[in-house]
Design a protein around this ligand. Structure first.
Ligand code: CAO
Length: 560
């Protein structure tokens, strides 16, 4: 075992670069060519790869440090290397194995290949000399046929496994033909586009100079900060790393690669690194948040919340002003109590659902005079059975009938598609000492009123006792929230994502209802249907409520 120094290799014309990302820590095993840290100048970012395989003993740099060629960045314990004086900077950074190619080949000057006469007419734009890079992949096409482009305007971004750069236009004009698309592999000299119009020849030597400055030498890769060839006659614009000139997110090639592998849209990731740079951790955190959002059903009540609960959210992610911070004790005595775990979890879910779903609520009344009479008489007849038939059980059955008639209410959004579920599992909100729980009556379409009432009683008891299993809280296709036992008229329940609708029910009251000739005393049940406007429209919601009311008014309609 020997410990060697890993130094910043020759990084071309950069006198000093800033350490903006540390990708390893002491104790980490690294392989040859593995990126160790990212450095950045005002024009490019580069990853410094390891010249050897080994174990990181010590980091010699911290975030924000300025380093230059030859600066020691870390100590690496390697096997099979004599404990000799540290290798020269470039040697240290370049793989020592003869078989291993350098991480990035030595830079060659980049020149815009297509040089057209300063006149109108078709001008070919080709991939310039990009050094020894072969078969680089087109990762972004920034223009389309018909676009007017300026001289030096970036046309495409290309990327190898460790470097990314933008290919500029060698001329100004209108794009007549575009010969590359995302995913294509390109090489020096390949035709990218044909321009027409007031094409202007590019000053090749100036471009060479500008680009050579950002293409590093052995062992260093060019990072994600766009590498744009710029002519001396057109001075380089001041580079603001937080906003890449083309709108490309600020991330290194390895982070981009990771994002592509995970399918993470980098432009949606908020960079927590210096100057908003997106790090590997940011990509992982984004993946986690998306996965937890997609998978977070009520079954996840058993797991920790992934988002802050209601009032705890500062709204920062939404670009809102911060949540007011008030010293309540200034105004009177206070007592602080932590919210229950269930409240925290349901709060986070409710907040997400309230914010992300364009929800609308329709209110209506159902005449349940006859149904309630039937329920009361049924309960009298079955007093000895020990099972009390509840209004909620009828509501569940009525909802199943309405969901079957209007299947989009039993669907879920999946990107641009709707998943229609051919099962009818109905969740019902249960008030418990610890907070709101939503047990689910599975296959409610196959069960009778007695069975549903009995199951509901059992599940509600389990909910109150804190004994519901995740399975008993998952899989609902629609939810009912009944406040009928408590009171109130109407309310706006929040949809239980990924469901697309929820029915709120309040206390029925006897009201005078005009029958065309006279007012009749009828028992009216207030219904509040909240629905996701991305999936359901107002007319469908009104029809759903009307149909639901008709069934509750006369259950024989279910048979029609
Ligand atoms: N109108 C008038 N009376 C009603 C009624 C209604 N819509 N719904 C229920 N009642 C009556 C019942 O008939 C019962 O009366 P009796 O004792 O005289 O028979 C009484 O109110 C109590 O009913 P209940 O609430 O115990 O039973 P339920 O089947 O209606 O509801 C359950 C069960 C678990 C849903 C309920 O106990 C509960 O927790 N409700 C609160 C749900 C909640 O918090 N929702 C808000 C969520 S926020 O979005």
């Amino acid at each position: 075992m020997a410990t060697i120094e890993i130094k910043v290799p020759d990084i071309g014309d950069f006198a000093e670069v800033t350490v903006i990302e540390l990708m390893v820590k002491p104790g980490d095993s690294v392989t040859v060519d593995q990126s160790l840290l990212t450095v950045e100048s005002d024009k490019a970012s580069m990853e410094i790869p390891s010249s050897h395989a080994g174990v990181v003993k010590e980091l010699r740099v911290s975030l924000g440090d300025k380093v230059a060629e030859g600066s020691v960045v870390l100590m690496l314990e390697v096997a099979g290397v004599a404990a000799a004086p540290a290798p020269a900077p470039v040697a240290a950074a370049a793989p020592t194995s003869p078989a291993a190619p350098p991480a990035v080949p030595p830079a060659a000057p980049v020149a815009v290949a297509a040089v057209a006469p300063a006149a109108t007419g078709p001008v070919e734009v080709r991939v310039p000399d990009i050094g020894d890079f072969k078969d680089v992949t087109v990762i972004e096409v920034m223009v389309k046929v018909g676009d007017s482009v300026k001289l030096e305007q970036s046309l495409i971004s290309v990327e190898s496994d460790k470097a990314s750069m933008e290919i500029p236009s060698s001329a100004a004009g209108v794009i007549k033909d575009l010969l590359v698309k995302v995913g294509d592999k390109v090489n020096i000299g390949d035709l990218l586009a044909v321009l027409e119009g007031s094409a202007v020849a590019v000053s090749a030597p100036a471009t060479v100079a500008a680009v050579a400055a950002v293409v590093p030498q052995a062992g260093v890769s060019v990072g994600a900060a766009p590498v744009t060839a710029a002519s001396a006659s057109a001075p380089l614009p001041a580079h603001n790393p937080t906003v890449a000139p083309t709108g490309l997110p600020h991330a290194s090639p390895s982070v981009r690669k990771l994002a592509r592998e995970l399918g993470v849209p980098l432009d949606e990731v908020k960079g927590a690194g210096p100057k908003g740079r997106i790090t590997q951790d940011d990509v992982h955190a984004f993946t986690k948040s998306v996965m937890s959002g997609a998978a977070q059903t009520r079954a996840m009540a058993a797991s920790a919340p992934k988002a802050p609960a209601g009032g705890a959210s500062d709204g920062a992610g939404l670009g809102l002003i911060p949540w007011p911070k008030v010293d309540f004790a200034k105004f009177g005595p206070i007592e602080r109590k932590d919210m229950s775990r269930i409240k925290k979890i349901s709060g986070a879910n409710l907040l997400r659902n309230a914010v992300l779903i364009p929800a609308v609520t329709n209110h209506d009344d159902a005449d349940i005079t006859d149904l309630e009479a039937f329920r009361v008489s049924t309960n009298k007849e079955n007093e000895k059975s020990g099972v009390k038939v509840t209004m909620l059980a009828f509501l569940i059955k009525a909802c199943v009938a309405a969901l079957k008639k209007y299947p989009e209410f039993n669907s879920s959004l999946d990107g641009d598609a709707l998943i229609y579920k051919n099962y009818w599992h109905i969740g019902f909100a249960a008030d418990t000492p610890n907070g709101l729980m939503v047990p689910v009556i599975k296959d409610a379409d196959k069960k009778g009123i007695f069975q549903i009432s009995q199951e509901m009683g059992e599940l509600a008891k389990k909910a109150r006792d804190g004994k519901l299993s995740p399975a008993e809280m998952s899989g609902a296709t629609f939810t009912i929230s009944s406040l009928g036992g408590i009171g109130g008229r109407y309310f706006t329940p929040i949809i239980n994502a990924p469901e697309v609708a929820i029915l709120g029910v309040c206390r029925s009251t006897t009201e005078p209802v005009w029958d065309g000739k006279a007012f009749q005393p009828r028992l009216m049940l207030p219904l509040s249907l909240t629905w996701d406007h991305r999936v359901i429209d107002g007319a469908a919601a009104a029809r759903f409520n009307v149909y639901l009311g008709q069934i509750l008014g006369d259950f024989r309609r279910v048979l029609l």
